[in-house]
Ligand binder design. Structure first.
Ligand SMILES: Cc1ncc(C[n+]2csc(CCOP(=O)(O)OP(=O)(O)O)c2C)c(N)n1
Ligand SMILES: [Mg+2]
Length: 797
């Protein structure tokens, strides 16, 4: 009975997913005449797998990353369950409609992981499982019911390197409760995959300790193999090249028969086996691969009675059950109107009933009562919450001279000594740069996470070392290998813990700043899913000096500015860093449910993740400032280090580790120009975001909206020049002049890779104090000339 329902659901999902794509491309008004797209063939390939999974195997604690281009099936499923309205279905890929690829933030149905960039959805499931283990091993997390973290994977998706990076990391962490179900349709976007890929897949997964379950034949095929001549048919199928199998599938029953008769027809039993079937039945038989057979799939899922990571290699046909089946060009292919009309008849859907979830269902009441009892859907949407943690005051180290990286380590070390909820919920991680990014003291106290205890042999052997490397279930640092993709996938998973598992974590990752780029797409997806974490890029810029030109970061401040969902800071002093970290722990916990775009003109209320770009350069500290103006300015992105006077004709605006240069240069110039100002920028990102947001708000009628940077700069005289300086790309700050119309001289770094001492490199790039003074004098001179010219022009005029 359940089997019948599964078959009915599978056919309903096949129809609805294809109809929503057809509607969007052929029936709905298309304002700009562009193709809408949607992947009918990729969806068809997955309907059986998703039916067996969601309607039979899954339990509410399980989580699934759905292959991006199976999004129509995913939404059709929620529509069938009555959890998605028809309007949104009709608006597939439209503004406010269901998304092209499942999205946690933009879709309203119960998406567990946003996918779209292939490979990332696969990887995050492994890290979600590790996070789940991390939580359950803690006193505060014991009540968590462990679920399976499941990825639905396209076979070509396995070309993405991050998949293998994550396999290796999973093996190190004793990964469990993780299933990857490969839609082995042997087609990618462009063509047909190489022969024998399955052997490579099997070997690789087994090498990393995974069980591999191959689902090659469906129930019909297995039954046929039992008939006389069945062995021969199976051998033929096994030997058939992927391309040929696809081509024959596309051509249908008569061509299948001819080819099989040509190859095997002189063998009496096989001929009889084929003769017992009509062309249509023969096509159905040949297309009845394991991954297109709900019955076989449901059985296979049901048989797993352990928590070992498991890879299901499910043979499927791309475009299964449709006229697109098997064609090598079907990835972006869509049924045309004529094909759709014929297919509608074939599917038995009456005209006018295309959107009816239960069209063609012979016993709707029985199906409804089955759907009402599907375990996975029973509890409703699974978006959880957890209490907001109180943030204790943070003590500041009193060093007279210290770098921001060192200060970060000390602040964390202080937290590690405290017995607070906040400290208990912090999880740190780093791609093999734990010690060199100053996480060491934290790890010494809070230990590494491992499901089983593992003591530090060096300690046991009494060999002197500053670092204790002890693993324990209550450990709070997750050790990662070098792969930066894994870092951001883990931060993504841990940063969603409150929503996925109802247990809040405050994840902090450290990485060498240039290698943010190495994990950028995973960072983007972590933010896109509204995961909450702190990422610390350190050391950064050319300031890391002799440590290596090849480790310099130039563009990361611009990444910090342009990355949605990430507030980027680059403090220079420790009191700034402490204010920012305190604020960040709160910002990371703000309620961001729904789409942050939609709710407010300043993202502040919705919260997000935080990026700190730090440095190893020891900087003399100004003493600890505690006044509200300083605090608020630091968080909003800037404050006056030196207030400009009424006749100010020069402002030096700096961000980050170049602070001593900017301040010293101002000291030199300021002797002649008492009114000059120095703007300490802690976050070009927040300054800029406030500026554009205020403009949008004003254009929407909120005339009072004004931003922090506008308030800071609008008081400067019109002729004042703004010199900006940063150890990073000058574009980060060069826009400051546009805020209130001031001429700007942007200094920074535009070339990569030269080693040297800090002073050599700063001089080389003109961001040392002399370089700043020189550029400022030039600007002032030009400024005077310009003013003079304007004056003359005015006089002449
Ligand atoms: C990182 C990334 N690169 C490229 C694409 C474009 N793209 C979308 S689907 C696809 C091919 C996927 O083939 P497969 O995984 O086998 O899925 P199938 O459609 O066959 O089920 C490609 C290249 C993408 N979505 N993400
Ligand atoms: Mg494929």
């Amino acid at each position: 009975m359940a089997g019948n329902h599964l078959k009915t659901i599978e056919q309903r999902l096949l129809w609805l997913s294809h109809w929503m794509i057809h509607n969007a491309n052929n029936l709905r008004d298309k304002a700009d005449g562009l193709k809408v797209g949607g992947h009918q063939a990729s969806s068809a390939s997955m309907v059986s797998i998703m039916t067996a999974l969601y309607f039979s195997a899954l339990r509410p604690e399980d989580r699934v990353a759905v292959k991006p281009h199976a999004s129509p099936v995913f939404h059709a499923m929620h529509y069938l369950m009555g959890r998605l309205d028809r309007e949104r279905m009709q608006d597939f890929r439209g503004l406010g409609g269901v998304q092209s690829y499942p999205s946690r933030t933009k879709d309203i149905d119960d998406v567990d992981f946003s996918t779209g960039s292939v490979g990332l959805g696969v990887g995050i499931t492994a890290f979600a499982s590790i996070v789940q283990d991390f939580i359950q091993a803690k006193a505060w997390g014991r009540d968590l019911a462990l679920g399976r973290m499941i990825a639905l994977v396209g076979d070509a998706e396995l070309d993405e390197g991050n998949v293998y990076e994550c396999l290796q990391e999973g093996w190190k962490h004793d990964l469990r409760n993780c299933w990857w179900i490969i839609d082995y349709n042997r087609q990618s976007l462009d063509g047909v995959v190489r022969e024998g890929l399955w052997q490579r897949i099997e070997a690789i997964f087994q090498a990393f300790g995974w069980d591999v379950v191959v689902l090659k034949y469906g129930a019909l095929q297995r039954a046929a193999f039992e008939e006389p001549g069945g062995d021969t048919l199976r051998d033929w199928i096994d030997a058939c090249p992927n391309q040929l199998y696809s081509a024959l599938t596309f051509q249908g029953g008569a061509v299948w028969r001819k080819r099989l008769m040509d190859d095997l027809g002189d063998q009496g039993d096989v001929t009889a086996l084929l003769d017992r079937r009509s062309d249509d039945d023969l096509a159905t038989l040949m297309e009845n691969l394991g991954g297109n057979c709900v019955e076989s799939l449901a059985d296979a899922f049901d048989t797993v009675d352990h928590d070992r990571p498991t890879c299901f290699l499910a043979y499927t046909i791309k475009g299964w059950g449709t006229p697109l089946a098997g064609h090598k060009d079907n990835h972006a292919g869509l049924m045309n109107r004529t094909q759709m009309a014929a297919w509608q008849t074939h599917m038995g859907v009456a005209e006018g009933e295309e959107w009816d979830p239960f069209a063609t269902v012979s016993d709707p009441l029985s199906l409804q009562s089955f759907l009402d009892r599907v375990p996975f859907f029973l509890p409703g949407p699974r978006r959880y919450h957890d209490d907001v943690l109180t943030i204790p005051a943070m003590d500041l180290p009193s060093d007279r001279e210290i770098s921001t990286q060192m200060g970060f380590g000390k602040i964390l070390d202080d937290l590690s000594k405290s017995d607070t909820d906040l400290a208990r919920r912090i999880v740190t991680t780093s791609p093999d740069v734990t010690v060199s990014t100053n996480l060491g003291p934290w790890v010494n106290r809070r230990k590494l996470f491992g499901r089983t205890e593992l003591s530090d042999t060096f300690q046991a052997e009494r060999i002197a070392s500053t670092q204790k490397w002890t693993f324990a279930p209550d450990g709070q640092h997750i050790e990662l290998g070098i792969a930066e993709m894994n870092l951001f996938l883990l931060l993504g998973a841990a940063g969603l813990a409150h929503s996925l598992f109802g247990k809040r974590l405050l994840p902090i990752g450290t990485v060498y700043d240039p290698f943010v780029v190495r994990g950028l797409d995973a960072l983007n997806y972590a933010c896109y899913q509204d995961a909450r974490f702190m990422i610390v890029g350190t050391p950064s810029g050319v300031t890391l000096a002799p440590e290596g030109g090849a480790h310099q970061s130039i563009g990361t401040p611009l990444i910090g500015m342009s990355q949605d969902g990430l507030a980027a800071f680059e403090p220079a002093f420790l009191d700034e860093l402490s204010v920012i970290m305190h604020w960040a722990f709160d910002y990371m916990q703000r309620d961001g449910e729904g789409d942050p775009d939609e709710r407010t003109w300043l993202r502040d209320e919705t919260g997000g993740s935080v990026y700190l770009r730090l440095s190893t350069r020891p900087v003399e500290q100004p003493g600890i400032r505690r006044d509200d103006g300083f605090r608020q300015g630091t968080i909003d992105g800037a404050y006056w280090w030196r207030e400009p006077g009424p006749n100010c004709d020069l402002v030096i605006a700096y961000q980050g580790a170049v602070a001593p240069e900017a301040i010293a240069a101002a000291g030199l110039i300021g002797q002649e120009r008492r009114d000059m100002g120095v703007l300490a920028v802690t976050s070009a990102d927040r300054l800029n975001a406030g500026w554009t947001a205020a403009q949008r708000a004003r254009s929407r009628g909120n005339r009072a909206a004004t931003s922090h940077v506008e308030q800071l700069l609008s008081r400067l005289p019109r002729h004042c020049a703004v010199l900006t300086v940063i150890d990073g790309h000058p574009a980060t700050l060069s826009w400051l002049g546009a805020v209130a119309g001031h001429r700007t001289i942007p200094l920074g770094v535009e070339h990569f890779g030269q080693t040297g001492t800090i002073s050599e490199l700063y001089r080389h790039f003109g961001i040392d104090r002399d370089g700043i003074v020189h550029a400022a004098r030039g600007a002032l001179q030009t400024g005077a000339e310009v003013a003079d010219q304007i004056g003359r022009f005015v006089r002449v005029g």
